[in-house]
Design a protein around this ligand. Sequence first.
Ligand SMILES: [Zn+2]
Length: 397
Amino acid sequence: MTLADIGGTSSGGVDRQALSAEEIEAWRCVMGWAREADLQVATDDAGNLFVILRGSDQKAPPVLSGSHLDTQPGGGRFDGAYGVLAALEVLTVLAERGVKPCRDLIAVAWMNEEGSRFAPGMMGSEAYAGVRTLEEIRAARDATGMTVGKALDQLHAAFPGLPRRPLGAPLGAYLEAHIEQGPVLEAQRRVVGIVTGIQGKQTLEVEVRGDKGHAGTLAMSARRDALAAFARIASALYTEIGDHDPQVKFTIGHLCVEPNAPSIVPDRVVMRIDLRHPDNSTLTALGARLRVLCARHATPCQVQLMPLVDAPSNIFDTLLQELIETAAFRLGYPSLRLLSAAGHDARHLASLCPSAMIFIPCRGGVSHVQEEWAEPEHVSAGANVLLNVLFQLVRPI
Ligand SMILES: [Zn+2]
């Protein structure tokens, strides 16, 4: 709740966007708690924040746990912050009890998970995992034209002398605690979600091209109206893709019409499509079907598709899933295995080291809104499971 005050809005939400003054303040707050617990702090060139409990073997790859401190513009108190603070609490408990882990145990806050100020999101984990280069990430701009590079330099300047860890340094394991952001755990009255993986998604940009014309004089039969073609395409996609089965998620969330003037037949429409499905073969088949439907219904206009993201569902480490399930069982928390419908930094870490996620319920399944809420007993249950699993991974020899 103290952290939620930083960027807190009058309506009870949080506006703490990536690399903003508010996020710098949140770093200061978390670093204060870390130093009170005698933990060390560090960063890296991508603006990730690390809190470190030193282990006895400095050659062994560290175990990492965390999430992100940035929020959506009208975000809530738990998305991201929960995973960072749960990890910090685990380190604090171990440090207070004088536990010296067999290898470094590190709490992490990844830079720009949300992607609302600087798009796309997950920049810190992508830079760490080598999905995108730091140069590419530093070049991205916000709505005011400010680059990630400049904002990153400002963040680092606010904390002079902070040691830097190398990007991509080997890791032993990664665990992320997070609110579910969906309704499943609450509906089934479970306290702990063992996340099996992250739902696959394809995003693409579709451009429809026709010809401009006078709205009063050009005969309907002679028109190549890009918006009319879009309407046919969209209708076919909602029916054939969106209604394919109950698990599909199909969204046209962005639309651009040109010249967007009341008396001119539009000659260009651009849409962004977000398509998700837990089953990879279905996702691939729907993606292919989508291309056929676009081509068929565009006539007499032309259509071009540009794939932006093609990420199949991933599977988290099965041994870590078992450790989470066993810990939840021993602590008496009813649990459930489920696929994450939303994306998380853990997706990128999974390509570097054994990775997994722990979900807790959130009220009404809602997230990215000011009403976002998790019950205190669920917050502590998730952190207890995290403590038990992390302790097994760094147990003193
Ligand atoms: Zn999040």
